[in-house]
Design a protein around this ligand. Structure first.
Ligand SMILES: [Fe+2]
Ligand SMILES: [Fe+2]
Length: 213
């Protein structure tokens, strides 16, 4: 059955619905464009914050925020334990960089209107434990220790590269341009560190370690 209702006017912010005998059947308040737009934005932000992907993204940030904190201390121990000045300097430089990475994550949180929070990262705790074992299982002042420390540090870098790479891509997907830029900046620094460690190992340390009796 076809209903013969017709919409005749939208006046003074109200919408009037008439039937064929010109009898008003219903009125409905309409919203100004500005009101509708702000409602939509509010809803979008709320919806976005409740989405499972957003929650996962924030948890990922909390994970790496924690990881960077525990790493500062671990890198200090690795620097003290290293044999060569070259590796000591690399660890020292990366320790300062790691503190900046943590500050950068705080900026990411703020850009998303979220409080910086940490979430335990068992993976990073495990990688740091492994680095500590390397120190206990190798002799002080040897190149073998440096070789082993480089590998332990590269495992850490690869965890960070995977984390920042994934989070930066998610930020792009979700339209968080500022967060993506910040995460990509740190990603590039982690990749540079990984590359530098490979270079240090392959230039001399691995060869000298091989000579050790
Ligand atoms: Fe880092
Ligand atoms: Fe790193």
């Amino acid at each position: 059955m076809i209903r013969k209702e017709c919409l005749l006017s939208i006046e003074a912010g109200s919408l009037y619905l008439f039937n064929e005998k010109n009898k008003i059947m219903a009125t409905k308040k309409t919203k100004s464009k500005q009101e509708s737009k702000s409602d939509k934005n509010e809803k979008t932000t709320k919806e976005m914050k409740n989405s499972p992907l957003h929650k996962f993204f924030i948890e990922g940030l909390q994970d790496i925020y924690y990881a960077e904190k525990v790493l500062v201390n671990a890198l200090k121990k690795m620097q003290e334990a290293a044999t060569t000045d070259e590796l000591k300097e690399a660890f020292e430089e990366h320790q300062h960089q790691t503190m900046r990475h943590r500050e950068r994550i705080e900026k990411v949180f703020r850009s998303l209107d979220e409080e910086p929070k940490e979430k335990d990262c068992p993976a990073m705790d495990g990688l740091i434990k492994e680095a500590q074992e390397v120190i206990s299982n190798t002799e002080e002042g040897t190149m073998t220790r440096d070789t082993a420390l480089i590998i332990a540090a590269q495992k850490v870098e690869h965890y960070e590269i995977a984390s920042y790479g994934g989070l930066a891509q998610l930020a792009i997907t979700m339209g968080h341009r500022k967060a993506a830029d910040l995460l990509e900046k740190t990603l590039a620094e982690e990749e540079d560190t990984d590359y530098l460690l490979t270079e240090i190992a392959e230039t001399s340390i691995n060869f000298e370690a091989e000579e050790e009796k």
